[in-house]
Unconditional design. Sequence first.
Length: 107
Amino acid sequence: MLQVLPLAASGSSMASNLQMIAFVVIICVVMYFFMIRPQRKKEKEAKEMRSNLVVGDEITTIGGIVGRVVSLKDDSIVIETGANRDKIHIRKWAIQTVDTMIEEKAK
């Protein structure tokens, strides 16, 4: 009778291990659909928005600077800001929104 108990206990621990593995897999799947997938979608939309810039678009940078695009290069742009038309050279990754696109969608 003493030999039967360890066999039953090992079967129970095997089921417990399978439940734990299934739980971890389910948590990973949920994290993918609620965290990773939406983040990748946002990154893809931001990359597309930055690649569709044209001269004359009004933009807002991550730092809150608002300006109009004057020239475009591979990974940087030059914008005009303020009444004095000061020119600022920034990287494309620093663009948060393209305001011209937002205005066109509202129309």
